[in-house]
Write a protein that binds this ligand. Structure first.
Ligand code: TXA
Ligand code: MG
Length: 349
């Protein structure tokens, strides 16, 4: 299959292109599109055959449910059984935006889309291209991140093409995304709302609106019996081919340790890379140092993370050391992804 690449103005996409893309989705095809978080791989959410095609294109296990994207509040009621008051308040505060909520699903949502579950994940993305596409497609787009299963989520159309070219009908190129990490997921099917995936909207922001909210214990547990509730959070993810270790400690001890290990690797003829904050990057004297951003403006670190992780596979890096980015604003979301990429390999110095 030939994949068409169409450049669109992210602020004001061409109506003709959007109509065409909408037709592809209505006919059961697949279109990748930008959102404010990461690029999504869209198919008609109410068409079970389209959902099957999404799993096949990504090489994704079919028990890992898809997020249904809507463009209007009125689109929610028909696909869920009820909307709890807390979810309504969160939607008022954050939709459109980087927030996904889990509800009990209605019969309109096929099990192929919900990964066999009785619940459905719904999000209203904050991006003109995404909103226009959803409306052009009839109101409901199922869209996982537009990467091959296991790879970092795409933050540019180029990343999507790397993974999915030849496997989908169209890619809408609306430039780089704004946030760079996937949406926060909050589950409303339990007594107290549960955060299944941390993101741009952090725990504190959710508490301000909801009062009570808890973090899925499966996200932090070292006990393999306590698994994350979101199926997608259980899989290996984001990992570059090179061995990645996270080094934590005081800034001085971290720099000293990484510098030594990098020199050692280089002496052995290996290509070594470092992921560092803007505050410490200048202190390294060896290796290819990637400046991820300042700990005081951690949104920059979040935005760069996936692009940098992808670059290691291309430039033949053999070994990677990363600082820990436990920043106050998005630290939880960043470290959740980084730990997965590192296979939880953490060195304390
Ligand atoms: O920012 C985002 O959310 C992006 C953009 C494209 O919107 N989408 C995204 O989709 O990250 P995906 O499929 O890569 O991640 C969806 C996550 C998976 O971990 C999946 O297991 C979980 O949401 N999920 C979906 N439906 C669920 C459900 N009913 N119950 C629990 N977890 C669910
Ligand atoms: Mg994904």
């Amino acid at each position: 299959m030939e994949t068409r690449l169409c450049t669109v103005d992210p602020a004001c996409p061409d109506a003709g292109v959007m109509r065409e893309a909408g037709e592809i989705l209505k006919n059961g095809g697949l279109v990748a599109f930008p959102t404010e978080t990461v690029y999504g791989l869209g198919g008609d959410a109410l068409n079970s055959e389209a959902s099957r095609l999404i799993y096949a294109a990504k090489g994704r296990p079919s028990d890992n449910p898809l997020i249904v994207h809507i463009a209007d509040w009125e689109a929610l009621a028909p696909i869920v059984q009820e909307v709890p008051a807390g979810a309504r308040r969160l939607a008022e505060a954050w939709w459109p935006g980087p927030l996904t909520m889990i509800f009990k699903k209605s019969d309109r949502v096929p099990y192929e889309t919900s990964g066999g579950l009785e619940t459905v994940a719904v999000r209203m993305p904050d991006h003109p291209v995404a909103l226009a596409l959803i409306r052009a497609a009839g109101g409901y787009i199922a869209a996982p991140s537009a990467n091959t299963s296991g790879r970092p989520s795409p933050t540019t159309a180029g990343h999507v093409a790397e993974d999915l070219s030849g496997r989908i009908d169209m890619i809408l190129d609306g430039g780089s995304v704004r946030i760079g990490l996937e949406s926060t997921i909050v589950d409303f099917t339990e007594e107290v709302p549960v955060i299944l995936r941390p993101g741009f909207i952090n725990e504190e922001m959710l508490k301000t609106v909801l009062g009570d909210v808890k973090m899925d214990p499966g996200l932090q547990s070292e006990d393999p019996a306590v698994r994350p509730k979101a199926p997608g959070m259980r899989y290996r993810h984001y990992a570059p081919k090179a061995e990645l270790s996270i080094v934590e400690g005081t800034p001085e001890s971290v720099v000293k340790y990484i510098d030594e290990r990098v020199r050692e690797a280089e002496r052995a003829g290996k290509k070594a890379a470092v992921m560092a904050s803007a505050e410490t990057a200048g202190a390294y004297s060896a290796g290819h140092v990637h400046v991820m951003g300042s700990l005081n403006s951690d949104e920059e670190i979040a935005n760069r993370l996936y692009g940098v992780l992808r670059s290691f596979d291309e430039d033949g890096t053999d070994v990677i050391f990363s600082e820990a980015f436990d920043s106050p604003r998005m630290g939880q979301a960043i470290m959740n992804r980084l730990l997965k990429a590192a296979g939880h390999r953490v060195i304390s110095v």
